[in-house]
Write a protein that binds this ligand. Structure first.
Ligand code: T3D
Length: 264
């Protein structure tokens, strides 16, 4: 299941767990890691056996963003085309996270900087260790926030906080991120693996079609009128209503037993 040296992948109870695995660099992103993550997310999108994704990091950090040793000015002749690396690696990762119609959970186990922060924030549910920090580190190296950061931060926090975080590159403690509504919640670092896994398994055992359609509807909401959203809800509810999991959910309620969803 797409297991590589820099990205560990396991499938268990319908949860595809992806662990960024370069702990000696706080899981800084290399081109190889980007390729591996894209391949794993494509599996998550296409394989019916995957009903939820759990993204996390190995060691004390979640992800320190782009591996800067790959950008060493001493090892190149001219300026790099960073637009090209965004197009090849970072943008596909964010597009996949947002378009996979299954829950994507991020367990932020430690510092999340640069692209690492914004990939985490692109996920559907973010649960973080209370020791974690989110850092828009880009301005410290003369770059702008990417991986959708300018979009995500502005939508979720408003311009005042988005600009302050991006322009100053000051760390945002995970508890403050939760209080501001940037992530779902925090928990003690020691509890994070168990809590995140339990959440991912619960969602993987859920009505996958309905969860995927819910994700699509919520993501569409910010870009359209209430009228258009009501039309979208009508269309998506029509689709959800035809699913085997809807029939199972109603039958289980009437029979006073737990529902056994199959994701169909
Ligand atoms: O280039 C493009 O394609 C455009 C896209 C860019 C996207 C981006 O992500 S740009 C932002 C890149 N990331 C950064 O600028 C963050 C750099 N790292 C840091 O500022 C700090 O490491 C942290 C604040 C994240 C954590 O600080 P701390 O004190 O907890 O740990 P540390 O000691 O700085 O790091 C531990 C090790 O990881 C250290 O190695 P060493 O000295 O033990 O051998 C450090 O060099 C290494 N490391 C941390 N971040 C990176 C890294 N190595 C390579 N690249 C990194 N980004």
């Amino acid at each position: 299941m797409s297991d590589t040296a820099c990205l560990a992948a396991t499938l268990d109870h319908g949860v595809l767990k992806l662990t960024l695995n370069r702990p000696e660099t706080l899981n800084a992103f290399t081109a190889e890691m980007g390729r591996s993550l894209i391949a794993a997310l494509e599996v998550a999108r296409d394989d019916d056996a995957v009903r939820a994704v759990l993204l996390t990091g190995a060691g004390r950090g979640f992800c320190a963003g782009q591996d800067l040793t790959e950008r060493d000015p001493a090892s190149r002749t001219g300026p790099p085309d960073l637009g090209e690396t965004l197009e090849r690696f970072y943008n596909p990762v964010v597009r996949l996270i947002r378009s996979i119609e299954k829950p994507v959970i991020c367990a932020v186990n430690g510092v999340a900087a640069g692209a690492g922060a914004n990939i985490a924030l692109a996920c559907d549910i973010v649960i973080a260790a209370n020791t974690a920090r989110f850092i828009q580190a880009f301005s410290k190296i003369g770059l702008i926030p990417d991986c959708g950061g300018t979009w995500t931060l502005t939508r979720m926090l408003g311009e005042a906080r988005a600009k302050a975080l991006a322009l100053t590159a000051e760390p945002l403690e995970a508890d403050t991120a939760a209080a501001w509504g940037l992530i779902w919640r925090t928990c003690p670092a020691v509890d994070l693996p168990v809590e995140a896994e339990a959440l991912a398994r619960r969602l993987a055992a859920g009505p996958t079609r309905a969860l995927g359609l819910t994700k699509r509807a919520i993501q569409a909401a910010g870009a359209q009128s209430l009228d258009a959203q009501l039309d979208l809800e009508r269309d998506l509810q029509r689709e959800a209503g035809r699913s085997a999991d809807h029939a199972e959910g109603v039958a289980a309620f009437l029979e006073k037993r737990p529902a056994q969803f199959t994701g169909r």
